[in-house]
Design a protein around this ligand. Structure first.
Ligand SMILES: *[C@@H]1O[C@H](CO)[C@@H](O)[C@H](O)[C@H]1NC(C)=O
Length: 424
């Protein structure tokens, strides 16, 4: 075990020193020794700016994953997933407008907290209604595959079909995921619109992207898009020639026709198997002593490629082994393990409370999102859960920052007690 750890450390060091272009989109551009990303799901831009200044920077968080920034379709009842149905690339959503977005990114960068945007490159809104409107005042005609505010027309999309056989690569990548109009990324026009959108966000100072539904796009076409995106903005404190950090949503527990390893050369990849296994272990379905081999031996991607989490905004609604804030004690233990054990790029979920799968985020009678309110213990009180403000979680974020260069020493007798030992 100790030998493996040393080897892992050496490998990392070599990768850092060579810094080849293959690694470019793997670099998250963190400040100093910070290294945890927090997903402030459905938060408003103005609230995130304040959170960076007042809580995240002082507690050593490295970055924030923000909800989709592009104009989305307005759906009755305002389910959270309406944000995953874009109708234009105007930066106007219930989280705020472009001015507020730009202000958030600048203020977070100023205190060393990076912004990563959840981006929808796979599809546009689904609807059987003729005419829909969006959060930025645009209209669209999804049933006719007509999105004039971009503009996209029918020929920019794949022909309509359902994904019925998930082992069929062509269906998974060219048919419609839950009826979402499926953009054809082999079209240069489509790729240029997507690159323009990503460039716009980079210009405003973001450090990278979470690519939604990446598995539903061929890796070769994603590579064409990523390769053509501009370098990060030096005026926002990034070095020259810095490439955006890219992490791709690929759900592959290890048996999928379309494999996570197809995407890892392009950037990091979400490791859903990590979430499943850590949940199983801390729910008591597996013995914790087995965690001593935690890592690729469990079928995970290599540490440099693995984007890891206890739960995310999708699978926290899916049940099964996945742990969520609803089982707070086990959730804190699993999160502590994730942050103590040196494996992968870790993201922490910050949820809003929900009973129903589709439930909207906390909002007022006019459907405006609520700002989080805090009690004396800094915890959130008005429908926002704010796992990142739980003492056990933010203290472990700090722990991970401090032991970043330390090795783990695990006794050979297999007891799963982790003992960080200082390198320096
Ligand atoms: C953006 O939103 C803010 C706050 O609501 C508002 O004051 C400002 O006028 C808006 N800017 C634009 C360009 O719409």
């Amino acid at each position: 075990m100790a030998r493996n750890s040393c080897f892992g450390y050496l490998t990392l060091l070599l990768l850092t020193l060579t810094g080849s272009s293959i690694d470019a989109q793997h670099a998250p551009h963190w400040w100093d020794n910070r290294n945890s990303i927090i997903h402030l799901f459905e938060w408003k831009w103005a609230d995130i700016a304040k959170e960076c200044e007042q809580f995240l920077a002082p507690h050593g968080f490295a970055g924030v994953q923000v909800s989709p920034a592009a104009e989305n379709v307005v759906i009755t009842g305002r389910p959270w997933w309406e944000r995953y149905q874009p109708i234009s690339y105007k930066l106007i959503t219930r989280s705020g407008n472009e001015t507020e977005f730009a202000d958030m990114v600048r203020r977070c960068n100023d205190v060393g907290v990076r912004i990563y945007v959840d981006v929808l490159l796979n599809h546009m809104a689904a609807s059987n209604e003729g005419n829909v409107h969006g959060t930025g005042g645009s209209f669209a005609y999804p049933s006719a595959k007509n999105f004039p505010a971009v503009p996209y027309v029918e020929s920019d999309f794949h022909p309509t079909c359902d994904i019925e056989d998930w082992n069929d690569r062509l269906q998974v990548q060219n048919c419609e995921l839950v009826c979402l109009k499926d953009l054809d990324q082999s079209s240069e026009w489509v790729r240029e619109r997507l690159v323009d959108f990503l460039d716009h966000l980079i210009e405003l100072g973001v450090a990278g992207f979470r690519v939604d539904a990446a598995k539903h796009m061929p890796a070769v076409e994603l590579k064409l898009i990523y390769d053509n995106v501009r370098d990060l903005n030096i005026e926002q404190g990034f070095p020259r020639n810095a490439r955006p950090f890219i992490y791709q949503e690929v759900i592959d527990h290890g048996h999928e026709t379309i494999s996570k390893y197809e995407y890892s050369p392009l950037g990091a990849v979400t490791e859903f198997l990590f979430s499943e296994e850590i949940g199983g272990a801390f729910r008591g379905h597996n013995q914790l002593k087995w965690l001593q081999s935690w890592g690729t031996a469990w079928g995970f991607l290599p540490s440099v490629d693995a984007f890891v989490f206890v739960d995310n905004h999708d699978n926290q609604r899916g049940g099964g082994n996945v742990l969520t804030y609803k089982t707070a004690k086990q959730y804190k233990m699993a999160t502590a393990f994730m942050l103590a054990y040196p494996f992968g790029i870790s993201r922490i979920m910050s949820s809003f409370d929900f009973v129903d799968h589709d439930q909207a985020p906390p909002a007022d009678a006019n459907e405006q999102l609520l700002s989080p309110a805090f009690d004396e213990d800094v915890a959130c009180v008005n429908g926002w859960i704010c796992e990142h403000r739980w003492r056990q979680i933010y203290n472990m974020v700090d722990f991970k920052n401090v032991v970043t260069d330390a090795d783990t020493a695990i006794p050979a007798d297999g007891e799963a007690s982790l003992r960080p030992s200082w390198k320096n």
